[in-house]
Each structure stands twice: as C-alpha cells, then as structure tokens.
Design a protein around this ligand. Structure first.
Ligand code: I3P
Length: 106
C-alpha cells in the first residue's frame, strides 16, 4: 500500500529527540521491506529514496492514534523497536483508517 502522508520525526534511535522536526509531505510505501519514503510517486517507482533514508523495519513496532498530539487532526504515531518515533498525518478519514490499520498489521 502507498500514498502521501505528512510526517514528523519525533524521536531518533534510542528515543533521542530528532534533530529535523518539521512536518513534510512524503510519499510512503508500505511493503514486505517495511515502510519506505520517497519525494513522490515518480521517485518511488525509480527507487530513489527521500533523503536516502533507509526503510523502517516495522517488526515489533506499534501504531496508535496520537491522541496526545493536539496540533493536528488525523495523526497516528509509529513507535519502532529501535526507540524511534514518527507522527503521520493523513489527508482524510479514509486515508487515516487505511494507513493506520495497515501499519498495525505488521
Ligand atoms: C519545527 C517545526 C515543527 C514543530 C517543531 C519545530 O521547527 O516548526 O512544526 O513541531 O517543534 O522544531 P523547524 O521547522 O525549524 O524544524 P510542531 O508542529 O509539532 O509544533 P518541536 O521541536 O517542539 O517538536
């Protein structure tokens, strides 16, 4: 499954506060390799990753609705096994539901 989400990197590996903290619109691809990020669909099809970021391994990750984040709506929180954490904002309820449910499957 793939689509555009707006992402904020909250915590780095081991729970350290992430240094680059702004919200960015990113093309996300969720597949057997994990969650990968691209600037847009074109870059996704050519495999050109967003800022050369490695795919996120979703094993032992948790995905929850970010009820503690009040500044934006339709935000879910992805917490990875390595201690890093990302917030993702969906563009509408359908997108939110699909991405959130999909992330919970792993
Ligand atoms: C960040 C940007 C984010 C903000 C974050 C800032 O600044 O304004 O939107 O998060 O605050 O550091 P920059 O663009 O210069 O990186 P919120 O939208 O959640 O407030 P934070 O460091 O308190 O998370």
């Amino acid at each position: 499954r793939e689509g555009i989400l707006v992402r904020k990197h909250e915590l780095d590996t081991n729970g350290k506060k992430a240094s680059s903290r702004s919200w960015n619109s990113i093309y996300c691809v969720h597949d057997e390799y994990g969650l990968s990020f691209y600037k847009d669909a074109k870059n996704a099809s050519s495999g050109n990753k967003y800022h050369n970021e490695q795919s996120l391994a979703l094993e032992k990750s948790t995905c929850t609705v970010a009820t503690d984040y009040k500044k934006r709506k339709l935000v879910f929180k992805l917490q990875l096994a390595d201690g890093s954490e990302y917030l993702f904002q969906a563009k509408d309820n359908v997108s939110f539901y699909l991405h959130h449910q999909q992330s919970k499957l792993k």
